[in-house]
Design a protein around this ligand. Structure first.
Ligand code: AHR
Length: 501
């Protein structure tokens, strides 16, 4: 057993907790929308066809902003197809996922689903096959109160109030050759700048996200951000970041240290954005919208038959089943997002239901929580007030991919208003329990209100349709607070959330 020391200091503030850091993502992909959130024949479906058992789980998950409708899907999407009388909506081919899109769920229905889940919409426009005019039309349809052709069309379609969408994504992953209409950084930067400028002529208070890199391994990573931001800096508010992680070749140790890559990604984008801002003598700082992040066993999906030549409605695609170890990595990625919350002020777990998702469903059947559901929901529920960056003294271990990595990682929040605090920790060791002593004297807290952990003797244990509750949260019986020191033991490959008051 080895020991870790952590000190929490209320002046080590990162930023106030912005609920947008707990966003998620719903794409018209596989069974995320159809046979996921929407299944008209399901016993729990409401009058719009939305499954209320899924709504309940989404509320429990605590996701906030929802990015929609893609993803790769958006780059071939004609938004007009998905509004108006449902029986007149066309069926289209979605080239991104090689499937059929019925358009039975569109912006107006999705906005009603968002109201059920108390979520904010983050809408993406198509800059792959379309451009400025389509973006402006969608903006007019969605946000203009009334008295114009497109706002009156929305009203005629049964949505009298404007959707008032604040956050808009200027396309999706335009650096990726897999993207319909992908571009060079120079071409995209110009198009994004012009689109953003035009959208802000309609509404100067919009918050616009320009596409950054699809991953830190992209050959254009860094240079893409520089060129795109040189064109668009003064017109946009966020640059996006996307990152997916998976265990490769049985190397669990490296996988558990995936946050090292996320930190490198954030550092690179922040320094590039600030370099551009300084060169432009701009007073503003660009924020990062980490609007796709998760565990995704992409290599296995590429090798599978799930995306094939057939044109099918809502095929089963990207339905990863997550293990206890995956949940630990996901919890660690959330710790990293919070540690960088001064610059990463919006994030979306990709995705929400069935497709690389914390929630799974069966048609006509149950909805259940994957292992990754738990660290997300606890972090979203407990993180309040200000994020604090802890001082951590811990051991390290050697990884093949990232070199030396810390055994324990952690982040805290402190709510000055009610004197409560929360601490989120991971133990990445494959073999050793970590005894952790946390000096919380500066916070003035005196009791442990709640302490839960996620771990399993079988790090690959999963929740499946047939065993939906195999992995869940466990109490952390070792957590105790005496004389301003919180002590707890973290089992190998574990995630823990603690609430103090
Ligand atoms: O989330 C799945 C896909 O991953 C999204 O459609 C795309 O943006 C990314 O490559």
């Amino acid at each position: 057993m080895s020991e870790t020391r952590i000190a929490l200091d209320r002046t080590a503030r990162v930023a106030p907790v912005n609920r947008r850091i707990f966003g998620s993502f719903v794409e018209h992909l596989g069974r995320c929308v159809y046979d996921g959130i929407y299944e008209p024949g399901h016993p729990t479906a409401n009058e719009d066809g939305f499954r209320l058992d899924v709504v309940e789980l989404v509320r429990e998950l605590g996701s906030t902003t929802i990015r929609y409708p893609g993803g790769n899907f958006v780059s071939g999407f004609r938004w007009e197809d998905s509004v108006g009388p449902r029986d007149q909506r066309p069926v289209r081919r979605d080239l991104a996922w090689h499937s059929l899109e019925s358009n039975q769920v569109g912006l107006d229905e999705f906005a009603r689903w968002l109201a059920l889940t108390d979520s904010e919409l983050m809408l993406a426009v198509n800059l792959g096959t379309r451009g400025i005019q389509a973006a402006l039309d969608l903006l007019e349809y969605a946000n203009h109160p009334s008295g114009t052709a497109l706002s009156d069309w929305r009203i005629a379609n049964g949505t009298p109030e404007p959707h008032d969408i604040r956050m808009w994504c200027l396309g999706n992953e335009m650096d990726g050759p897999w993207q319909t209409g992908y571009m060079t950084a120079d071409d995209y930067g110009k198009l994004a700048a012009r689109t953003a400028a035009a959208m802000k002529m309609a509404d100067k208070d919009l918050e616009l996200v320009v596409c950054g890199s699809s991953g830190s391994g992209m050959p254009t990573f860094g240079e893409w951000e520089r060129v795109v931001l040189e064109h668009s800096y003064e017109h946009v508010d966020y640059v996006s970041a996307h990152a997916y992680y998976q265990e490769r070749g049985g190397d669990l140790g490296s996988f558990l240290a995936s946050s090292v890559d996320m930190q490198y990604f954030i550092d690179t984008v922040v320094s590039t954005a600030d370099h551009v801002g300084n060169r432009l003598k701009s007073k503003k700082k660009i924020q990062i919208s980490f609007d796709e992040w998760n565990i995704w066993y992409l290599d296995e999906h590429k090798a599978s038959e799930e995306i094939n030549d057939e044109w099918r409605y809502a095929p089963r695609q990207l339905e990863d089943v997550y293990s206890a170890a995956d949940a630990v990595v996901l919890g660690n990625l959330m710790i990293t997002l919070l540690k960088n919350h001064d610059r990463v002020t919006s994030a979306s777990l990709a995705q929400l239901v069935n497709v690389i998702a914390p929630i799974m469903t069966e048609p006509g059947g149950a909805a259940w929580r994957q292992t990754t559901f738990f660290p997300f929901s606890v972090t979203s529920r407990l993180a309040r007030g200000e994020v604090l960056r802890p001082r951590i003294e811990t051991g390290s271990y050697e990884t093949a991919v990232y070199g030396e990595a810390d055994l324990v990682d952690a982040v805290a929040t402190f709510d000055e208003a009610d004197g409560s605090a929360a601490l989120f920790l991971v133990n990445r060791s494959l073999t050793e329990t970590q005894t952790v002593r946390v000096d919380v004297r500066d916070l003035g807290v005196s009791s442990v209100r709640e302490a839960v952990s996620l771990w399993d003797d079988d790090v690959y244990a999963k929740n499946t349709m047939h065993d939906q509750n195999r992995v869940g949260l466990r109490p952390t019986p070792t957590a105790s607070l005496d004389d301003g020191v919180l002590t707890l033991e973290l089992p190998p490959v574990s995630w823990t959330g603690v609430s103090l008051g």
